[in-house]
Design a protein around this ligand. Structure first.
Ligand code: PYC
Length: 498
């Protein structure tokens, strides 16, 4: 249902839940949605209200005066009242009539006015926000966004196929320039936010993702693999991305208590879990006000992880249980010789090598990549697999760290031959499991794992029901936001895949 909501519209719903909680209600009603709109004061809806002379402060005071106060609960998973649901349906209908393929704050406003009978509709009517004028202002605003770009962003006249300027939504263009779009393909816009965690990038899709249907995160991952693999490649591969990029996609959770589900993918396929990616996702969601500091559960295809957003902005990820599957497995690697490592699970499968004679430094990453790639190929050629014949698709080398107070440095080769710029959350989890298995780490002790780039994760374990449950702590930084344009007439629309 929320797939087509813009980031701001989602925030409005989130704020509406908070407002309902603040007023002691257990359900989100129309007045809470309107209060949510008021709180998102830089939105298109707020600008429309402003142009119509409807004061946001006045809206708030009218509602505060008339709204009832209950003794309900707080939460971000509150249900909508039937009237609030109708507002959402009407918002969809308004978007459809305006030929917008997203639901923005302006459509929510139109939905609230059209619904009319709830407290929000009554307040808006009282303050003079009528439907026709609001629709008119919406069109004007959408036109102006496209029609009068500032001189320094003016693009040359479009030649087919139309290439929209960065920052202008193709759906908005489509509504405003229908005569051009009638002769050009439907260009899909995918809204992404990029972050990096210890140098390793994560691209979170927040709008424009395919609908993967119902079921668990694992079910959805299977649908993603079977039906939408080109979307994966379009988002992370060149020319829009690069081999090192890890993609993340939010999906509705199927497990009660989880705030969302997340699927991770990369240049060649999919990951069960991703530690650095999870830290990036949580940081991004927090920046969008979808998450507050505290503990939250998130569903992944390999199980539920518990994330803690700290007041400092750091994120701890309590991963799925990790374990050493086999110790000291040897493989003959052509032109290298015999290499011995442990096979362990940390949300993905790893081959962990301690003795390798390599220098784990940044200026050596090309030869480290070749070295670990050969190990990976040798494992495959010798039929060495993880549990139930699963492929070991990550190779991890360790050495002492040159940094005082840091326990170890690693180099991690990921499935698509890119190396992890971070210490690898799932790789560190696998390492912790091996340390515990060999009696070198006790529950509660902190292990500092450094990457080849020098970034550090703090790891520790707890034993729960006899299982090793690792926690990884790190920090991500947001470093970009974009609308990716997927133009089916572009021969490389779906990325350069391997
Ligand atoms: O942090 O778990 C991780 C990860 C896996 C692949 C890249 N990063």
């Amino acid at each position: 249902m929320w797939q087509r909501f813009t980031e701001r519209a989602r925030r409005v719903v989130f704020f509406a839940q908070e407002e309902a909680g603040r007023l002691g209600e257990s359900f989100v009603s129309t007045e809470h949605l309107l209060l949510g709109l008021v709180r998102e004061h830089d939105s298109v809806a707020a600008r429309i209200l402003d142009r119509m002379g409807v004061s946001l402060t006045r809206i708030r005071s009218e509602i505060e005066r008339s709204a009832t106060r209950g003794a309900g609960r707080q939460g971000t998973d509150m249900q909508l009242t039937p009237r609030a649901k109708r507002v959402i349906d009407l918002a969809y209908d308004e978007a459809r009539q305006l030929k917008n393929d997203y639901i923005g704050t302006e459509h929510l406003l139109l939905g609230l006015i059209r619904e009319g009978e709830g407290l929000a509709g009554r307040v808006l009517a009282k303050l003079g926000a009528d439907l026709e004028r609001t629709r008119h202002e919406t069109l004007l605003l959408q036109d102006r966004q496209v029609g009068t770009p500032s001189p320094d962003t003016q693009a040359p006249p479009p030649t087919p196929p139309l290439t929209p300027k960065t920052g202008v939504r193709p759906d908005t263009l489509r509504a405003s320039l229908p005569w051009l779009f009638s002769s050009t393909p439907q260009i899909a816009g995918v809204h992404v936010i990029d972050s990096h965690t210890g140098g390793e990038p994560t691209r979170l899709v927040i709008e424009g993702a395919p609908d993967l249907g119902a079921g668990s995160a694992l079910d959805k991952l299977n649908v993603f693999k079977q039906m939408f693999d080109p979307f994966r490649s379009a988002v992370v591969n060149e020319p829009r991305g690069s081999d090192v990029l890890v993609g993340a996609m939010l999906v509705p959770p199927s497990i009660e208590g989880c705030i969302t589900g997340v699927l991770f993918f990369n240049n060649v396929g999919y990951l069960g879990m991703c530690g650095h990616g999870m830290i990036g996702v949580v940081t991004t969601l927090a920046s969008m006000n979808f998450l507050q500091p505290g503990i939250h559960s998130i569903e992944t295809p390999v199980g539920v992880v518990k994330v803690t957003l700290h007041d400092t902005g750091e994120v701890s990820v309590q991963n799925v249980p990790a374990y050493r599957y086999q110790e000291a497995v040897s493989v003959e690697v052509p032109s290298i010789g015999r290499i011995t490592g442990d096979i362990a699970w940390g949300g993905n499968w790893f081959f962990l090598v301690q003795e390798h004679g390599q220098e784990l430094t940044l200026n050596n990453v090309d030869s480290l990549t070749e070295f670990t790639w050969r190990i990976r190929q040798a494992l495959t050629e010798n039929g060495i697999t993880a549990q139930d014949g699963q492929e070991i698709d990550h190779i991890e080398l360790f050495s002492p760290s040159p940094t005082q107070g840091v326990d170890s440095r690693n180099f991690v080769l990921c499935p698509g031959k890119a190396y992890d710029r971070s210490p690898c959350g799932t790789g560190t989890s696998a390492k912790l499991a091996c340390l515990v298995a060999s009696g070198k780490l006790k529950p509660g002790e902190v292990w500092k794992q450094e990457s080849v780039t020098g970034s550090v994760f703090e790891g520790s374990v707890q034993i729960e029901n006899g299982q090793i449950v690792p926690t990884i702590k790190g920090r991500a930084y947001i470093n970009g936001e974009a609308f990716l344009m997927l133009n089916p007439h572009d021969p490389l629309c779906w990325g350069i895949g391997r």
